[in-house]
Ligand binder design. Structure first.
Ligand SMILES: [Zn+2]
Ligand SMILES: [Zn+2]
Length: 189
């Protein structure tokens, strides 16, 4: 088995954290790393002890859910709460940080942002990152490392699709199924 890279390892951790999210709008996870060690993690959710969006619905004001604290801020606050320096650290986030999180990340002394998915990448956030010298780099999750039988699943699905084609399935219908299969295995070789 191929050894997982640090980038994939930390991004997978953020992806797992995202599964803890309590907001239905978007599930985000963030992992703060220093010297190849995880020092904090967070996901987007309500203030501790408050109601969850998944139970009561989102609290939307001006098109945004205002109930949640974003994953990046939660991770940074975890450092604040327990007295762990963020200076010189790196952060792995599942989605490109919003403007507020970008400002908070820069101000916390974090030096590099790794993100898996583009998400409304704000031009001013990018401007601020460039200005402050905080690097940002996209790291796409390679699910082959996490889901150990992805290759078998892909093979199975492509065999099924081939059989449907051989049986003379309607072209449009087949095209649709192929598209759906491709979407399922997006970011996989
Ligand atoms: Zn919400
Ligand atoms: Zn944010």
């Amino acid at each position: 088995m191929e050894r997982i890279s640090w980038d994939q390892y930390f991004m997978s951790q953020s992806q797992l954290l995202a599964l803890r999210s309590t907001c239905e709008r978007l599930a985000v996870g963030a992992t703060i790393v220093r010297e190849k060690r995880v020092i904090a993690g967070g996901y987007n959710g309500s203030v501790s002890g408050s109601v969850h969006c998944i139970d009561e619905g989102c609290k939307v004001i001006d098109g945004h859910c205002v109930r949640t604290i974003h994953a990046e801020i939660n991770a940074i606050l975890q450092c604040a709460k327990f007295g762990v320096p963020t200076e010189g650290a790196e952060i792995y986030v599942t989605h490109f940080p919003c403007l507020n999180c970008t400002k908070t990340i820069i101000q916390s002394g974090i030096k590099k942002i790794y993100y898996a998915h583009d998400y409304k990448n704000h031009p001013y956030a990018i401007e601020l990152l460039k200005e402050s010298g905080v690097e940002f780099e996209q790291v796409e999750l390679d699910y082959l490392h996490i889901d150990t039988n992805t290759k078998d699943k892909m093979y199975f699905i492509s065999t099924l699709l081939q059989r449907l084609e051989d049986k003379g399935m309607d072209n449009e219908e087949l095209k649709q199924l192929k598209q759906e299969a491709n979407q399922l295995f997006m970011n996989v070789e």
